[in-house]
Ligand binder design. Sequence first.
Ligand SMILES: [Zn+2]
Length: 113
Amino acid sequence: MHELAVTENILAIALDQARAAKAIRVVRISLALGEFSGLTDESISLYFDALSENSIAANATLKFRYLPARLACHNCGKLYLASDPSWRCPVCHSQSAELVSGHECYVESIEVE
Ligand SMILES: [Zn+2]
């Protein structure tokens, strides 16, 4: 359900941009997906194909870029990538950290013609 809403939003943005540019077709949409967004490129692509049918965005290529999750250590304030599943701070080894990015999903760019 979450993915459907996100994809509807992506399509609405693409169609708005295309209208503003007086385009006849949306060729490509580049998306940024946070590692912890809970969204996958397969499901967004599936929903997109269904939703964009009969619109000028039908058959547009979706390009995905994954954004790594970043953490801020509660103890020393260090910012680091959540590459280690234990989320251990590389500086002070504290395991108390806050996710500062990685939940995003947004349209980076749209190509129209
Ligand atoms: Zn730390």
